[in-house]
Design a protein around this ligand. Structure first.
Ligand code: GUN
Length: 326
């Protein structure tokens, strides 16, 4: 539809200004929640703080990443984490370990990193997934809680559940940041999370239900045993897909005007090539929703930005502890 000025009216214009919709109109209306832009702003705010801390402690804050095996997606995520760290002045060193390693070897390596035997490690991150034969919980438990910039240690998970968070898992924190930045009201709203992982679904449920800005929502968590998924998602004012099933969330599952956040990153083949898609069927959902986060360029960059913030905090807290111990 074209206005008198030649500009296209969107569905939203028609709903809000004229009070009607255009049957058959396929134009997309939802706000695109741009995670790249927000991540850039976070990096720009963080860089001078990192520079000041570097002057204070006489070295750059340092993140140590443990990468096991040669899963291409993990290597690619680690590369982007290291590149982002460099942009804000944080050193990121990657320990690449063979797939054939054992749980005991990995635990002992992580413990040694935690004792600074491989240089100062303000933040430690073990990239997941680990090979099937490794006990991932034992390895994650070996990260000292005060360097656990992923927020996966049971101490940090427990603190979050009690409403006194220390390190918050980065993707969950990134989703909340995106909602806050977009001015999405969460208080009293029904947030539906599809996915109950320890990394995203569970911590995000706690964050959205916690007291204060970005919280105070009524939260439902759906999972593989939810029998009436569509009925539940249709009730969501805020719908978060974090389940790892390509384009699971279709337009008919979304309440008109909902805010939809896509945490999924799935590679699907497309003829001879492949491409990344989320857990949300973006184009049709964007016709129904008020706002949708894209994949790529949505939650992914914010996950990395939250990791940088956590690493900066870990280095700053460490400095504080050392001053207090003097
Ligand atoms: N694999 C996928 N997401 C994450 C994450 O946030 N942290 C780690 N360590 N591994 C991941």
């Amino acid at each position: 539809m074209t206005s008198a000025h030649g500009a296209l009216y969107t569905h939203k214009d028609c709903r809000e200004v004229f009070g009607y919709s255009i049957p058959g109109e396929t134009e997309m209306t939802a706000q695109r929640l741009d995670g790249r832009k927000l991540a850039k702003t976070i990096e720009n705010d963080l860089a001078p703080k990192v520079a000041a801390l570097t002057r204070e402690i006489g070295r750059t804050p340092r993140l140590v990443v443990v990468l096991v095996g040669d899963v291409a997606a993990s290597a690619s995520y680690v590369k982007s984490k290291a590149a982002a760290a460099k942009r804000v002045g944080i050193t990121a060193d990657v320990f690449s370990i063979q797939e054939s390693t054992t749980t005991a070897e990995l635990v002992s390596t992580v413990e040694a990193i935690g004792r600074d035997e491989h240089g100062p490690a303000d933040g430690i991150l073990v990239q997941l997934p680990l090979p099937d034969h490794v006990d991932a919980r034992a390895v994650l438990d070996a990260v000292p809680p005060d360097r656990d910039v992923d927020g996966f240690h049971p101490v940090n998970a427990g603190l979050l559940s009690q409403g006194r968070p220390h390190f918050i898992p980065c993707t969950a924190a990134g989703v909340q940041k995106m909602l806050l930045d977009a001015g999405v009201k969460t208080r009293g709203k029904h947030a539906v999370i599809v996915g109950r992982s320890d990394i995203v679904g569970k911590p995000l449920a706690l964050l959205l239900a916690s007291r204060g800005p970005g919280g105070d929502a009524t939260v439902s968590v759906c999972h593989s045993h939810t029998s009436n998924l569509k009925e539940v998602t249709q009730q969501a004012d805020i719908l978060i897909a974090a389940v790892g099933i390509p384009q699971l969330i279709t337009a008919d599952m979304v309440k008109p005007g909902a805010v939809v956040i896509d945490v999924g990153i799935n590679r699907i083949s497309d003829g001879d090539t492949s491409r990344l898609v989320g857990d949300v069927d973006y184009d049709p959902v964007a016709d129904v929703a008020e706002a949708v986060s894209p994949v790529p360029g949505g939650v992914g960059p914010l996950t990395v930005a939250m990791l940088l913030e956590n690493t900066f905090s870990a280095a700053k807290e460490r400095k504080k502890r050392s001053v207090m111990a003097e």
